[in-house]
Design a protein around this ligand. Structure first.
Ligand code: AMP
Length: 280
């Protein structure tokens, strides 16, 4: 697997991959790679495309009190994992390559960015949309793969691609979980053994609330919040929304249940699909 750090090298390397007429798929990441990221690489490979992964810990999507400085950066292990999985090219720009002096543009997707994590983390989705727009222009892929784990991020990117005519396919990949149900996340590395044991309350609460909601029961969300609080989580939100707009649920349309909560100093997010219902 070739690794490039400069935009000029990236352009040449991508042109090389396309040489024999192959499609190119992009898998954007912030590194600290795990089986969830590899599911994106595998899905991209299954499409027959050449796969470009990117690793960039994007300062613009971290708030001033967030974990930018301590975010894990295990470059060697990441490179090894991508090589083992047969990734074709790794794009690893430095911060100065991504945001040279004088950089002044912000991509902001309103509506779908506003609630949930957008409300809890002001500016986060502007940072995501800005860097993803740049990655799309840098790599010019035919398709890009994102995890449903970051469900609101996926919705923001779909909106941006439609609005700005990027002309590439966005593919969402289901969340990869540990055997007890906890969604794989680079941030799970922050959890102590005790916190890790309690963290399973997050997928359990969502699963119970999904079932109760689909069974037409009321009070599923307060019950989920109570079980998260009992496990020691500080809750940012537990919300049931329309799966496409992330606004109010609409009768007959697929819904999504999303949660964000902090255990100790670690913030975890998760979400599950909830079947459409005629009486929301
Ligand atoms: P990150 O490195 O956390 O920015 O994530 C990079 C990409 O991997 C995003 O599209 C995430 O949604 C996706 N991803 C992260 N964790 C998982 C997971 N457990 N299952 C599937 N995709 C994931």
């Amino acid at each position: 697997m070739r690794i490039v750090h400069k935009l000029s090298d990236l352009r040449r390397a991508v042109a090389g991959l396309r040489g024999d007429g192959a499609a190119v798929a992009l898998v954007p990441t912030m590194g600290a790679l795990h089986a969830g990221h590899m599911a994106l690489v595998e899905a991209a490979q299954a499409s027959g495309a050449k796969v470009v992964a990117s690793i960039f810990v994007n300062p613009k999507q971290f708030g001033p009190t967030e974990d930018l400085a301590r975010y894990p950066r295990p470059a060697e292990a990441d490179t090894k994992l991508l090589t083992e999985h047969g990734c074709d090219l790794l794009w690893m720009p430095g911060v100065d390559e991504m945001y040279p002096a004088g950089f002044a543009t912000n991509v902001s997707v309103s509506g779908v960015s506003d609630g949930l994590d957008g409300a809890a983390r002001p500016g986060h989705f502007d940072g995501v949309a800005t860097v993803v727009a740049k990655l799309f222009n840098q790599v010019r892929p035919d398709a890009a793969y994102f995890g449903e784990k970051d469900f609101q991020q996926l919705a923001v990117i779909r909106r941006m691609v439609a609005d700005l005519d990027f002309g590439l396919e966005i593919v969402g990949v289901p969340t990869v979980r540990e055997s007890d149900g906890l969604a794989l996340s680079s941030r799970n590395a922050y959890l102590s053994a005790d916190e890790r044991a309690r963290a399973v309350a997050l997928p359990l609460a969502l699963t119970a609330a999904k079932r109760a909601t689909e069974a037409g029961e009321r009070g599923a969300i307060p019950a989920a919040m109570a079980s998260l609080a009992a496990a020691g989580f500080a809750i940012d939100y537990v919300e049931l929304v329309d799966a496409a707009t992330l606004g109010e649920p609409v009768p007959g349309r697929p819904r999504r249940l999303l949660a964000a909560a902090r255990i100790g100093t670690t913030r975890l997010i998760d979400n599950l699909p909830v079947a459409a219902s005629t009486n929301v």
